[in-house]
Write a protein that binds this ligand. Structure first.
Ligand code: OAD
Length: 234
């Protein structure tokens, strides 16, 4: 891959696959989370109203898994890229874990929220850092206002975070790279089509994503193996 030119703006979109080698399960695929849990029972506003204990059980389990995970070479390669490109890199992740930050990335946009943050479902109190795992029989944690504390996650049927900033960066990028995402969940799945024709579009992952036809380059392999080489050339 040719080096990034001094005026290139790079947009990187990561998905569950970038954290797979750190031991965090992806959503789809053989051992995917959505094989064992039904989205509508654990990750939707309806689920929260119907059975908030089950929702907290699911996110408490995910907090436990994520707190044991460590960044892999793919996260580290992206953190290194930020050091090199600084403001010319826009790192947008669909992941709710904190492995990009643990690897050293400073500017990470979490469009689907953050696993280690919670917020009130009733008042405008700002989301806060929260690593607790809630034992469902102990009840749902409450805010001072009486509202229930929920995970700071974008559930199905909710609007992803920071879309204005994200589309601003997409409009400016000259290189778009997606890593470890199946290309089926909107709006992220359409980012590549949004930039196609005016930016170089690169995919990295072990198999072609559903939106593969919109990419000009596909590098098939595990992110932890492909990215260090690919980004090292930048
Ligand atoms: P998926 O589980 O849909 O897709 C994971 C992708 O990672 C697949 O295409 C795999 O081929 C790829 N993959 C697996 N191992 C990999 C590795 N070692 N290196 C690189 N790629 C690898 O996950 P996402 O596309 O991220 O949303 O899912 C998008 C959204 O759907 C998630 O953010 C989540 C989910 O429902 C919410 O929870 C709102």
């Amino acid at each position: 891959m040719p080096a990034i030119a001094p005026d290139d703006q790079v947009f990187v979109l990561t998905g569950a696959g970038v954290s797979a080698e750190s031991g965090i399960p992806t959503f789809r695929g053989v051992n995917g989370l959505w094989r064992n849990y039904r989205i509508e029972e654990v990750a939707s506003p309806r689920a929260w109203h119907r059975d908030p204990r089950l929702v907290w059980e699911f996110y408490s389990m995910r907090r436990q898994v994520a707190s044991a995970a460590r960044p892999n070479p793919a996260h580290l390669a992206l953190a290194k890229l930020e050091k090199k490109l600084q403001q010319r890199l826009f790192l947008c992740t669909q992941n709710v874990d904190n492995l990009h930050e643990l690897a050293g990335s400073r500017q990470v946009v979490h469009m689907h929220g953050e696993l280690f943050k919670s917020r009130c479902d009733a008042c405008s109190r700002a989301p806060f850092h929260d690593t607790s795992t809630y034992d469902p029989p102990a009840g749902i944690p409450r805010c001072e206002c009486g509202g229930r504390i929920r995970p700071h996650i974008c559930w199905f049927g909710e609007t992803p975070f920071e879309l204005d900033r994200i589309f601003g960066a997409l409009n400016e990028c000259t290189v778009f790279m997606a890593v470890g995402t199946s290309g089926v969940v909107e709006p992220a799945a359409s980012f590549v089509a949004h930039v196609a024709g005016r930016a170089r579009t690169i995919y990295v992952g072990p198999e072609e994503p559903a939106n593969a036809s919109s990419f000009t380059e596909c590098h098939l392999g595990k992110a932890g193996e492909v990215l260090p080489d690919l980004l090292g050339a930048f």
